[in-house]
Structure formats: C-alpha cells, structure tokens
Design a protein around this ligand. Structure first.
Ligand code: DOR
Ligand code: ZN
Length: 437
C-alpha cells in the first residue's frame, strides 16, 4: 500500500526542508519526499491512497519527552491505550513515559512490562523513562544499565527533585557511563513546603502559600555546575522561570551539554489564571508571571529551550473538583498542545520551523530517539496539520481519560487533522459541530 501526501507544506527541520512538496509512504516508511515526488499518482490508482494536503502542514510526528501514562497502577487516571490515543490526537507518534507510576518504574521488570503493553496495545511508540533513585526517594541509585537495556531512554525522578547534591552528582556520573540523559524536576522542596502556587501578588490575594522562583533557579544553577564537572547529559524538565532560561543560555554559551523543555501551559498562562481558585491551573512547577512567560517564549524562539514537552498529567475528576489545597498538581496537555503553540507562531514570536523543530527533531536528539524526521527511509510517522481550522476545546471528546484542562471551552485555531504512525493512520480529526449538523 502506497500513501501519497500531496502538495502540503512539508516542514522537516532535521533535513532543512520547508517547501510545498509531496511525501510518498510505502511499507510504513518514507519512500520519497520532494517537489513532484508523487509523480502522476492519482486517487483510484491500484494500491495507492492520495491525501490532498493543500494549505496543510505536513510534519514529522511529534515526540513528547514528558508524558504521564499512569500505567502501571494508576489506570483510573490514564493507561497506555488511552494515553497513546490521546497522543495520536495531538499529533504525537512517540511519547516518553514518566516513572512516577505505582509502583515506580525503577526496575527492568516494570520497564519491560510497559514496553510489551505499548507494543501490543499502544497506538504510538512509547519509550519508558526509568527512575533515578529507587522508589524516587532520592537516596539509592537505580540499576541504570538494566533500565537502559530494557528500553528506558532516560532517567528521572519527575514529580520529585533530586535535591541531595551528592546523589545528583553520583547519578550524573553513573548515567554517563550508559550515555543516559538525567532529567531533573528542579524544585528545592525545602523552599516549596506547603506551597500551592507561584509566590507573588496573586498568591497573596488568594491567601495561598507561594512557591518562589528561586526554588527552581538555584537547583538549575547547581545542576549545570554538576553537569559541567561530570560531562553527563543533563535535561531540564518543564522550565518555568526567567532565571532558568538565563542560566541555560549562559551554560550553552560555555558549551555544556544540556537540553531543556518547556510546556505549552508555561508558555501561554500566568498565575492570574489561578484566580477563582481554579484547580485546573494547579500545576508543578506553578504558572508564573508575564515576565517569565515572555522569557520562556524568547528562549524557545532562540533554541535555548530546545524542546517543547507537554507534561501531560491526567487526574480523575475527584482529584481536581475539591478544595485548592487538596487538589493534585497537573493538567492534560497532549490534545491541546499544537493549537496553543500556533498562537505564538501567529503572533510572530516563534518561527514555524523552530516550533516544529522543538516538537520533533530537538526532542529526538535530546534523548537519542530514532524519530522526528521525514527523511527518505525514515519510519513514516507524520502529522498533517490544518493551521487555520478553528475548533473548540471540549474535554468530553478527549481520548485521554483526564479531563483536567484549563482550556475547556476555548476557541482555538489550528488542528491536527491526521496522524500516521509507521504509515498507519492512527488519528483522524472529526469536527463535532459538523457531526451535529
Ligand atoms: O503538575 C505536575 N504533575 N507536575 C509534576 O511534576 C508531576 C505531575 C504528575 O505526575 O501529576
Ligand atoms: Zn515534573
């Protein structure tokens, strides 16, 4: 079976391509890409399907470095099937699964179980991330060789920070021997004890205990020093402050091997969104202020923050429909990611090619994953995007089990129209309004 994606705007930063061209897929791989690559292939030709892509973007399937799939143990929030379906709906064909499951993914057995389940039941590719420390308790290191051998692409204690500098230093040294990136959730828990949201005027007005920027910044500063002295691969999860962006920019300038991600919500919302005690906006790290958001956007635009990652964190309704102090941290992100970020492109803040790079080849590079390009011979993981289509966020229609989005009811512009994983169409957009008519 041959699939021809005809005359879309093909944006593939890994091969330096941004032009109106055809993509020809055969046997799950990209056979040819280029102007006129489809020749005279027509709908109705035997064994050929033609998808007209005029006015659409044709891009590599997105790679998410930070997804909470919640399996094993927390399947009431999400599981590998629902989470990978949500990924496909967001244009993602590869997701990296965080280890704060129940039990924590700190062993070969759990990694192998996840890989097997994802292979048999997942609709997109899943790469587990193993824990840095046993039980994510911040003390003893995990068997990183086993984790890597079983399929982990990185290690992280996400949800918790590795605060002990000696443990972090040993983790970087140990991970380096296996060339595994160490992903830090930067938060000095001593400075955030009891904190509910960003420390600032809004927290004061709401009477909530605040979470200072410095709790993130000084961990990032320390980690960059440790990364430089160990030569390990360091990756900063969900950067949320202007300080983190400045520290990363400076470290990159000195040639330190770092990568970093920023989430769609930290790029588009401020702490003002929490007004009214909106638990949908309770997230870790917290939503910051306009100055931070602007610094994060600039850092995404110039590549200091090389990756966008969703931190898709589904929770059950009961865990969010409660007092603010009781609500769990996190919001779902896979299915709204693209539309939110296209606003930054339309505002002229981030170039289209940079955005696609941050969702595809940059994350693939950060974790050494074979994905994120439409080069000839690559696996045919492709997203077709209609950048102008207007739709309304309706959490009831999410593929995710999580409905915890602060964007409910928002009119957004730009949608993922189709997603192909290894040449198989795993998602097709259906407009609810059109169905209703
Ligand atoms: O908001 C968050 N939710 N931040 C994290 O670091 C963890 C995540 C979760 O697992 O729910
Ligand atoms: Zn985190």
């Amino acid at each position: 079976m041959r699939i021809v994606l005809r005359e879309g705007r093909v944006i593939d930063p890994a091969s330096g391509r941004d032009e109106v061209a055809d993509v020809v897929i055969e046997d799950g791989r990209v056979l040819r890409v280029g102007v006129g690559a489809a020749g005279d292939a027509r709908e109705g030709d035997r064994d050929t399907r033609v998808v007209a892509c005029n006015g659409r973007w044709v891009v590599p399937g997105f790679v998410d470095l930070h997804t909470h799939l919640r399996e094993p143990g927390l399947e009431y929030k999400e599981d590998i099937v629902s989470g990978t379906r949500a990924a496909a709906a967001g244009g993602f064909t590869t997701v990296c699964a965080m280890p704060n499951t129940k039990p924590v993914n700190d062993t070969r057995a759990i990694t192998e179980m996840m890989v097997a389940k994802a292979r048999s039941h997942g609709v997109v590719r899943v790469h587990p991330i193993g824990a840095i420390t046993r039980g994510q308790l911040g003390r003893e290191l995990t068997e990183m060789a086993d984790l890597k051998d079983a399929g982990c692409v990185a290690v992280s204690d996400d949800g918790r920070c590795v605060t002990d500098a000696a443990v972090m230093r040993r983790a970087l040294e140990y991970a380096r021997t296996f060339d595994l990136p160490v992903v830090q959730h930067a938060e000095d828990h001593a400075l955030t004890a009891g904190a509910q949201m960003h420390e600032g005027a809004v927290a004061t007005r709401l009477g909530l205990k605040g979470w200072p920027r410095v709790a993130e910044d000084h961990i990032v500063a320390r980690d960059l020093m440790l990364a430089a002295s160990t030569g390990a691969r360091y990756h900063l999860a969900h950067a949320s402050t202007a300080g983190s962006a400045a520290l990363l920019r400076e470290a990159r300038g000195r040639g330190i091997r770092v990568s970093a991600e920023v989430t769609p919500h930290h790029l588009t919302l401020t702490d003002e969104a929490v007004m009214g005690y909106r638990t949908a906006c309770k997230v870790n790290p917290p939503l910051r202020e306009r100055g931070d958001v602007d610094a994060l956007i600039d850092a995404l635009a110039d590549g200091t923050l090389d990756c966008v990652a969703t931190d898709h964190a589904p929770h059950a309704a009961i865990e969010k429909d409660c007092e603010f102090s009781e609500a769990l941290h996190g919001m779902v992100g896979l299915e709204t990611c693209l539309a939110l970020l296209l606003d930054l492109v339309r505002a002229g803040r981030v170039a289209p090619g940079r955005l696609v790079d941050a969702l595809t080849s940059a994350p693939a590079r950060a974790f050494g994953i074979d994905a994120g390009t439409l080069r000839e011979g690559a696996r045919a993981d492709v997203a077709i995007i209609d950048p102008d289509r207007v739709w309304t966020v309706d959490a009831r229609r999410f593929r995710s089990k999580g409905r915890n989005t602060p964007f409910e009811g928002r009119r957004v512009t730009g949608c993922v129209e189709r997603t192909f994983a290894s040449g198989v169409e795993v998602y097709t957009f259906v407009d609810a309004a059109e169905v209703a008519r």
